[in-house]
Design a protein around this ligand. Structure first.
Ligand SMILES: Cc1ncc(CN)c(N)n1
Length: 218
């Protein structure tokens, strides 16, 4: 696959290596993660996915090629239907729950791209959410081997799933094609969006480990 995605993947190597070192991710891998930290994460993630699905729907609205409109609209739908089923299965309804400072910041960042950024920035900003999870999920699957009896097997199998890998490939292909037809200032803004969103992925897991809360209540 093409230039832009390979370049930003390399540019975020340090952040991604730091993700692998997070205690939350290590505990998810070997199953030693305490259930209360996982539940905190699941609730926050369900709230995040609600905002992320809206960012994907806006990406679909910004696209002007039929195939790209269909891809982002389908991804928004799957995010609500497939991923939310995983969350509901683990923590039930999240009604009344409030987003953490990091969850608020990540979704607000994506919404700012949706409000003021161009299509390319938005496509680059939503890409780490596919790619980082596909990458982590498939490597955790390899490491775990057999998921039978693994306490977080349903999480691992959701993100190691071939359908999720295919969506990630498609999101990369579209983002590469947008970069290819964009001018350099646009590509620079796309790079920044990808790097920032990847950093937010690190922060999101770090916040879950710390069970981050608002300092004076939410
Ligand atoms: C924070 C976050 N980033 C990515 C994903 C995978 N869609 C997720 N569920 N949550």
């Amino acid at each position: 696959m093409g230039g832009f995605c390979n370049e930003v993947w390399d540019a975020t190597a340090e952040t991604r290596a730091a993700i692998d070192e997070l205690p939350f991710v290590k505990g998810l891998a070997d199953g030693s993660l305490e259930r209360d930290r996982f539940d905190y994460y699941m609730v926050q993630d369900a709230l995040y996915l609600h905002g992320y699905a809206r960012a994907l729907a806006t990406t679909a609205a910004r696209a002007d090629r039929s195939e790209e409109i269909a891809f982002y609209a389908k991804s928004a739908h799957e995010c609500i239907v497939v991923e939310s089923a995983l969350h509901e299965g683990n923590v039930g309804s999240v009604e009344g729950a409030k987003p953490s400072p990091t969850g608020t910041a990540y979704v607000s960042y994506l919404m700012s791209l949706a409000q003021t950024g161009g299509y390319g920035e938005l496509a680059a900003g939503v890409l780490p959410c596919f790619w980082v999870y596909m990458d982590v999920g498939s490597r955790l699957m390899e490491k775990a081997g057999d998921l039978a009896g693994h306490p977080y097997g349903d999480w691992i199998s959701t993100y190691a799933d071939e359908a999720f890998a295919e969506s990630t490939r498609k999101a990369r292909e579209i983002t590469d094609a947008i970069a290819e037809r964009s001018d350099e200032p646009t590509v620079e803004r796309m790079r920044e969006a990808f790097v920032k969103a990847t950093t937010y992925e690190w922060k999101f897991w770090d916040a879950a480990w710390k069970k981050e809360a608002w300092p004076f209540g939410d």
